[in-house]
Design a protein around this ligand. Structure first.
Ligand code: OAD
Length: 233
């Protein structure tokens, strides 16, 4: 029995594009169609809870209509040879649906809701009962809100993510513009001697770090990366 090398993967919205979900920035991105201030901040929530709930009800409906893609599948395959730890900014559950076993969600999870009460208990939604409305409460009577980290809110899993990144043997970035902090700062915690790979069909800048860029979409890019990773076995 040998110790598998630790492959740490940071994923973003581009990971799910080939499944049919949209990115946030760039042409056709979510934030071109909805204002962050209207649907993804705590102020938006206090101003118009139903609007925010509706936004996430629609996102859930979209998620329920799509499946994991080739990129997700290759990440699962790599678990045979590597200790794969995924840190995702995505709120979809496509990594889990594909079969990845270590997935940390930095920005929350679409198929979960959370009590607005002091306990902030988290509850799973089911595919046949995924909508939340004003007046839907936890057993203690507090309104349920999306289990999403909104802009301006703390990222509770950040310290766990840093710990994972600091132990990486290989670091991979897929489908993120690296524009949203603190998630984007994880790159700074990758040990200097560790090789960093990035899969993205568009130009992405990551300052101050040598990066092996694979200029392809997630599916084809993951197939290419799988070949490149043979040298670590
Ligand atoms: P962005 O929309 O900022 O970036 C998506 C990236 O995916 C871009 O670099 C695209 O070039 C790339 N991309 C497009 N198609 C792709 C494909 N087929 N395969 C691989 N990559 C592709 O999304 P994120 O960086 O994930 O937060 O955004 C970070 C956070 O901002 C999100 O988690 C979300 C958003 O606001 C919250 O909602 C809290």
């Amino acid at each position: 029995m040998y110790n598998k090398k630790k492959l740490v993967v940071l994923t973003g919205a581009g990971m799910s594009v080939e499944s049919g979900l949209s990115t946030f920035r760039g042409a056709g991105g979510m934030w071109g169609q909805h204002r962050v201030e209207d649907v993804a901040t705590i102020e938006a929530w206090y101003r118009d809870k139903q609007k925010v709930l509706d936004f996430y009800n629609i996102r859930r409906k979209e998620l329920l209509g799509v499946k994991p893609n080739l990129g997700h599948a290759v990440l699962v395959e790599l678990e045979k040879d590597f200790d794969v730890k995924i840190i995702t900014q995505n709120v979809d559950n496509l990594h889990e649906q594909a079969g990845s076993t270590h997935v940390l969600h930095l920005h929350g999870e679409l198929m979960k809701v959370r009590s607005c009460g002091p306990g902030a208990e988290v509850y799973d939604l089911s595919p046949d009962n995924y909508e939340t409305r004003l007046g839907d409460t936890c057993p203690k009577g507090y309104q349920l809100r999306p289990h999403i980290v909104w802009f301006g809110e703390a990222v509770p899993e950040m310290n766990i993510a840093i710990d994972i990144v600091e132990k990486a043997d290989i670091f991979l970035i897929i489908g993120t513009s690296l524009q949203v902090y603190p998630a984007a700062s994880l790159l700074r915690y990758v040990p200097a001697e560790v090789s960093v790979y990035m899969i993205d069909p568009n130009e992405v800048s990551a300052n101050n770090r040598e990066i092996n860029i694979i200029n392809k979409g997630a599916g084809e890019g993951m197939l290419e990366l799988k070949e490149k990773l043979r040298k670590y076995l």
